[in-house]
Design a protein around this ligand. Sequence first.
Ligand SMILES: Nc1ncnc2c1ncn2[C@@H]1O[C@H](COP(=O)(O)OP(=O)(O)O)[C@@H](O)[C@H]1O
Ligand SMILES: N[C@@H](CCOP(=O)(O)O)C(=O)O
Length: 323
Amino acid sequence: MAVYTHLGAEQLAELVAAYDVGELVSAKGIAEGISNSNWLIETSGADGTGARFILTMYERRIDTGDLPFFLGLLDHLSAKGCPVPSTIHDCAGSAFRVLDGKTVALIEFLPGVSPTRPTAQQAQAVGAALAQVHLAAADFPLTRANTLDAEANARILEDCGEDRLAQIDPALPAALQRARDLAAHLPSDLPASIIHSDLFPDNVLMRGSTVSGMIDFYFACSDAMAYDLAVTHAAWSFDKSGSCYDAAIGRALIDGYQSVRPLDAAERNALPILAQGACLRFVASRAEDWLDTPGDAHVTRKDPMDFVRRWDFYDENGQQVFA
Ligand SMILES: Nc1ncnc2c1ncn2[C@@H]1O[C@H](COP(=O)(O)OP(=O)(O)O)[C@@H](O)[C@H]1O
Ligand SMILES: N[C@@H](CCOP(=O)(O)O)C(=O)O
C-alpha cells in the first residue's frame, strides 16, 4: 500500500484549484509504491478536455530540501525528450506546495505498465533510455551527492548490528565484512552524470517494447554512469529471489545502453565490482527497512537476501557476464 495520508475531497479540490488544470473530477489512491503517497488525479483540464496527473505526497526518506533538485531534474530531462514526467507548476510558479504540513507535487501522468517478466527487447529499450538520461542530465545545473555510496551502505549494515541482521537471515551478518572490503575497492574516477540509481522494473512504464515513462527519481544523485547501469543490470536480469540470472536480459540491457552511449574501457572493466556495489546498496537499505518496519505494517518487506544472492553471482561470474 502506498497511501499513508487521508486527504478529503474538499482538501483535494482546494489543492487542484491552486493549479491551472481545471476542476477536480476524481482522485484515486495508488496501491503501488512504498515511500510516498500517490493519487491518480483527474481534472476537467485547463481547456475543458480532461487531464490526468499524479499527485505525490512526500512521506518519508525524502529531504524536502532536495525537491528542487529532484523536480527540476524531471523538467530538465522531459524538456530534452527523455520519457520522464514533467512537473506541473502552481499558479504562483512553484513545483511543490505544502498541504497539511506535508509537501506535495503534481506530476504529469505517463501511460504504460511496469513489466513483471521483462523481455530482452524491453531490456534493450530500458538500457537505451538510461543512457539517454545520462547524456541529457550532463548539463543539469544542480548536483546532489550520493548519500548511499558504498561507505554509507557499509555503515548502515554496521548500525543494524550482527545480531539483528542474523534475525533476518543467519547468512546476513557475513555481508558486513564483505561490505567493508568492497567499499575499499570501488573505483571513484569513472565518468559521471546525474544517475537514477533505482531503475527497477517497477520504476519503468512501458507500452509494448517502448519505454513510456521512467519514474521515481528520488534517489537520483551525481555519480558514475556505469554504476547506474550496474544497478539496472542487477534489478532487471534476475528472478525475484536473485537465484537465476537471465543472460539474454543482461546482454540486451548493456547492448541497449551502448547503442546510445558506448562504455569506455575503464567502465567496462569496473562493471563486475560496480554490480557488487549495487547489490550492497540494496542489501543495506532492505535490511534497514526490514528492521524499521513494524511486523503489522501494511507494507511488503523486501528481502535483503535476494541481493546477497545476486552479489554472490557477480562475485563468481562478473568477469564472464560483462566480458
Ligand atoms: N508520472 C507517473 N505516471 C503514471 N503513473 C505513475 C507516475 N508516477 C507514479 N506512478 C504510479 O504510482 C506508483 C508509485 O509511484 P513511485 O514513485 O514508484 O512511488 P514510491 O516512491 O512510493 O515507490 C507507480 O508504480 C505508478 O503506478
Ligand atoms: N527498489 C528498491 C526499493 C526502493 O523502493 P521504491 O519503491 O522507492 O522504488 C528495492 O527493491 O530494494
